[in-house]
Design a protein around this ligand. Structure first.
Ligand code: GRA
Ligand code: FAD
Length: 665
């Protein structure tokens, strides 16, 4: 490992003995190759050895404003470090923006994140070549810092309802930006409060008296020298949140603010000098920046989940509690089947989510290249799959992180355990970039359409034609995947039947849709799960894995697939075959037996598996999860940092408590 200490907790030491597989092989697999692992380690050494990037005191003890200033200081320093990075600028940037290395330095959130995650992608995806030539170099050189300002106080989900207007004035060849009401104020964009001086602003485009829908505009918000908001721009920060508190999410209002015509980002649609509007080939192309971020979110949630699982697994092997066998030494809590039931499914999920995210990333790149050439064929499948996996990884991820926290008992509730921050980040992803329920309904729309019209992209091919495959209990991995497929098809058919029933009752399509929402969401979720389990199973068939690694990954795969099936066993009733043959009970019993066996089989490798994630202590940032397992000493050391422990009696005792004690109430 990268950081062997002199001390090693004896229980962890024992866990690490006789590992049947080569941990490095899994590390390389997750990094994308041996060279990538070496590059990552070199980069981590380069960044994490810099004393100026370390926190003098834990962030929790700083004020809201001081936290922001401190994270901004480090974020800027990180940008300077890019120049001499041994890994090169692009890979370094990627590592610094994610939940891995970046979060070791910027624990509370990166005030520059939106610039890289959305502003630059929006310029690239929405700007013409000329516009990119004008702005991109400045953005890459950090001469300007931008954000993506779409959501408003009154509307986030319903983009057609956005109120900010951009009205073309052909006399001056300018757009006039206006926030016509309080609810029209932009509200939420990251980096907007204090950091950004530019933004891609989504506004309703009006020209020749007609509204043409929401479009992206490049807008300067602050003076490039003084950083003061420009006249006509009202700007501020929205205040503390559940997490990500140094991302300075902000608000923004426009008071008849004018920008030149060529600051409408015109790659897909244009407004000519005389005000003539030129339509895009597909009106949803202006939503493309969101698609990109949904893809990235899946990867980020997976990294965060790996951190949570590593912390909880190591701690569970150090922690001894209660009595398993009467009279014996207290066992490691990991030896309770109940604890394995908590921690091994999220451990398996980290692999499942990574493989599915890799698949999505490849689809994104292919689809995006095609779109650049004017071929939009893959767009519906990309939209459907990115919505499905973003919603699935973030919602399951947040639940799993919470289970990891609970599995650490009281100590998991400490801020220093790092669970609050990890949870704050993962649960945010349930809401931003498309609220999950709303995304499930987008997925359902695609599924219903595919099933009814019998045409659709690769991820929904199974909905076309009659399903084939075994109809009885089949305990092979393929057999279980087939069960997932039949469940997904069954749920889509039930949702369609509901829609048709409402239609026959005379309900309008929008009402029928609303009244079938429960079924539609279930169908979308079953579809997303099918995709994840299929990716997991298929990826084990290929690849150059050694036999021991293949064995442990297959066990994790099987465990994960059965775990979900048992969690959702009620949904098996939607498989027609099962209602007739009453096979659900048999399924449930057979699978539970297998599941319990797998818990026991994987338990001895839990620490070795999380070790193979190769997450440095600085990235885990938790006394509970450190490699050496010196949990209690580290918790004590953390407590010593509390400002309340800097004196034996706090001054407030004399001010408040002593008078109360003496008051004879
Ligand atoms: C929910 C929808 C999709 C609804 O849009 P709509 O125009 O009303 O569309 P509809 O009538 O339901 O569907 C019409 C059609 O448009 C398609 N479509 C919808 N979105 C896309 C897309 N992105 N790509 C490709 N196609 C898309 C749909 O599939 C429909 O297709 P169809 O008619 O069925 O063939 C949309 O409004 C939306 O995406 N809302 C979510 C808002 C969101 O994601 N905001 C993100 C703000 S930025 C942020 O949060 C950054 C955080 C980052 C950080 O802090 O790190
Ligand atoms: C940490 C964080 C960072 C963010 N960063 C940015 C940013 O950088 N830029 C930016 O522009 N925005 C940003 N946002 C805003 C974010 O994208 C929106 O909050 C998100 O899209 C959800 O929209 P909303 O807040 O309007 O929720 P609402 O849509 O009001 O959701 C409220 C409830 O209504 C339900 N609902 C809404 N519509 C439907 C429907 N059609 N059918 C069924 N149920 C429905 C939802 O499921 C939810 O339960 C950020 C948000 C957060 C939390």
């Amino acid at each position: 490992m990268s950081q062997k200490e002199t001390y090693e907790n004896p229980d962890l030491k024992k866990e690490r003995q006789n590992c049947p597989f080569n941990k490095e092989e899994i590390t390389n697999l997750l990094d994308g190759g041996k060279e990538k692992t070496a590059e990552r380690k070199q980069l981590e050494n380069y960044i994490l050895s810099d004393e100026q990037l370390k926190d003098a005191v834990p962030m929790e003890y700083l004020s809201h404003a001081d936290k922001y200033a401190e994270e901004l200081r480090k974020a800027c320093l990180l940008m300077h470090k890019l120049e001499n990075s041994p890994a090169g600028q692009v890979p370094t940037l990627r590592a610094l923006m994610g939940a891995g290395l970046g979060s070791a330095v910027l624990k509370e959130g990166n005030p520059l994140a939106l610039h890289y995650v959305m502003f630059i992608p929006a310029l690239m995806g929405q700007g013409t070549i000329d516009q990119q030539a004008k702005w991109l170099a400045k953005a890459y050189n950090l001469n300007i810092i931008g954000t993506y300002a779409q959501t408003e106080l009154g509307h986030g989900t319903f983009l057609r309802g956005l109120e900010t207007t951009a009205t073309y004035d052909p006399n001056t060849q300018e757009f006039v930006l206006e926030s016509p009401s309080l609810t029209a104020y932009k509200w939420w964009p990251g980096s907007l409060g204090k950091t950004a001086n530019y933004a891609v602003v989504m506004a309703q485009l009006y020209t020749k008296g007609k509204c043409e829908g929401t479009h992206p505009f490049m807008v300067q918000l602050r003076d490039e020298e003084t950083h003061e908001p420009l006249p006509g721009i009202v700007i501020g920060e929205i205040g503390p949140k559940l997490g990500m508190n140094t991302n300075d999410n902000g608000y923004l209002g426009f008071e008849k603010f004018r920008i030149p015509r060529d600051q409408l980002l015109m790659k897909h649609s244009q407004v000519l000098e005389d005000g003539t509007y030129v339509k895009p080939t597909n009106s949803k192309l202006s939503y493309a920046t969101m698609v990109f971020v949904r893809v990235v979110v899946c990867q980020d949630v997976t990294t965060n989940l790996r951190k949570a699982v590593t912390i909880a697994t190591r701690y569970s092997c150090v922690r001894r509690q209660s009595e398993l066998k009467p009279g014996d030494r207290e066992p490691q809590v990991m030896d309770y089947q109940a604890q394995q039931n908590k921690l091994l499914p999220p451990l398996a999920a980290t692999f499942a989510f990574q493989l599915a995210s890799d698949h999505l990333w490849n689809l994104y790149n292919t689809a995006n290249n095609n779109i650049e050439q004017g071929d939009l064929e893959l767009l519906p499948d990309l939209h459907g799959l990115s919505c499905a996996l973003k919603a699935l990884c973030s919602s399951e991820g947040a639940n799993f992180v919470e289970v990891c926290r609970q599995s650490c008992g009281g100590h998991g509730y400490m801020a220093c355990s790092n669970f609050p921050r990890i949870y704050g980040q993962v649960t945010a992803a349930e809401t931003y970039e498309g609220e999950n329920t709303v995304l499930w309904l987008q997925v359902a729309r695609y599924l219903v359409k595919t099933r009814k019209e019998q045409t659709g992209g690769l991820s929904v091919k199974y909905l076309i034609g009659e399903e084939k495959g075994p109809k009885t209990v089949d305990t092979t991995l393929e057999g279980i995947v087939h069960l997932y497929r039949r469940t997904a098809v069954g749920l889509v058919d039930v949702a369609i039947a509901e829609l048709e029933k409402s239609g026959r009752k005379g309900e309008a399509p929008h009402d029928a849709w609303n009244h079938a929402a429960v079924y539609l969401i279930k169908a979308a979720q079953a579809h997303a799960r099918l995709f994840v389990v299929e990716s997991f199973v298929n990826s084990l068939k290929v690849g150059n894995l050694s036999a021991p690694v293949r064995t442990v990954l297959s066990q994790l795969c099987e465990l994960f697939i059965i775990y979900w099936l048992l969690e959702r066993s009620g949904e098996l009733f939607f498989v027609r075959q099962f209602i007739k043959k009453r096979l659900v009970t048999v399924e449930f019993q057979v699978r539970t037996l297998l599941y319990v066996k797998l818990l026991a089989a994987i338990r001895p490798q839990a620490v070795n598996l999380v070790d193979s994630f190769d997450l440095r202590d600085e990235i885990l940032a938790s006394p509970l999860g450190c490699w050496d397992g010196n949990v209690y000493q580290r918790l004590f050391d953390e407590a010593a940092k509390s400002p309340l422990n800097q004196s034996s009696v706090h001054e407030s005792f004399h001010k408040y408590l002593k008078p109360l004690l003496k008051s004879n109430l």
